[in-house]
Design a protein around this ligand. Structure first.
Ligand SMILES: [Zn+2]
Length: 194
């Protein structure tokens, strides 16, 4: 039994995010402080997104203060800090939904896309990002895929990696939690769930 009254199930949580994204695309989102009556509710989702400045996660999902947890890294790359943050949101805050939010024209995915094609990897810590994204490229060795396909594949792979976590297995099987992916379209502001 959840400690939190009114905790939505994963289906309801996703519906809230979809409805918020519609408000965002229509330009009808109220100011963040006005949402939720100024009272911070229990967060109902954790979103793993990219650092891209064009994808402000709370705004994109039309959510105010206190509604969602957000973890961001370039290309939504998972490392232990990101994984630990998601685990914290799920186990301690009991959020029922994990969303991986990619987007089109992602520079981190594009860097990995180029690295796979040219064999040239960036220097420094960016190399870690590229190396983490590169295995998501479809049909390694082939150049017959688009950047959009690579982006989708990377989102699917990130979702699959998160779903493998031991602490999620029981809750996933019981449908108490879900892990889903979406892609944010820069032009329309629409989040397309995958
Ligand atoms: Zn990005």
């Amino acid at each position: 039994m959840s400690r939190y009254l009114g905790r939505p199930d994963p289906v309801e949580a996703l519906a809230r995010l979809r409805a918020g994204n519609v408000r965002f695309t229509l330009g009808t989102s109220p100011p963040a402080r006005a949402l939720n009556g100024g009272v911070a509710p229990q967060p109902f989702a954790v979103v793993v997104g990219c650092i891209d400045a064009r994808v402000p996660v709370e705004a994109v999902f039309g959510q105010g203060i206190g509604a969602i947890c957000v973890v961001r890294s370039a290309g939504h790359v998972l490392d232990r800090a990101v994984m630990g943050s998601v685990e914290f949101a799920v186990t301690d805050l009991e959020v029922p939904l994990v969303v991986v939010l990619g987007h089109d024209d992602c520079r981190a995915v594009a860097a990995a896309y180029e690295a796979v094609r040219t064999g040239r990897r960036p220097a420094g810590a960016r190399q870690y990002l590229v190396d983490e994204i590169a295995p998501a490229m479809p049909t390694a060795g082939s150049v017959d895929y688009s950047l959009d396909e690579a982006t989708r594949s990377h989102i699917h792979r990130t979702v699959a990696t998160l779903r493998q976590a031991d602490y999620l297995k029981e809750a996933l099987a019981a449908h108490r939690i879900d892990v889903v992916g979406g892609i944010y379209r820069l032009e329309s502001g629409h989040v397309e769930m995958l």
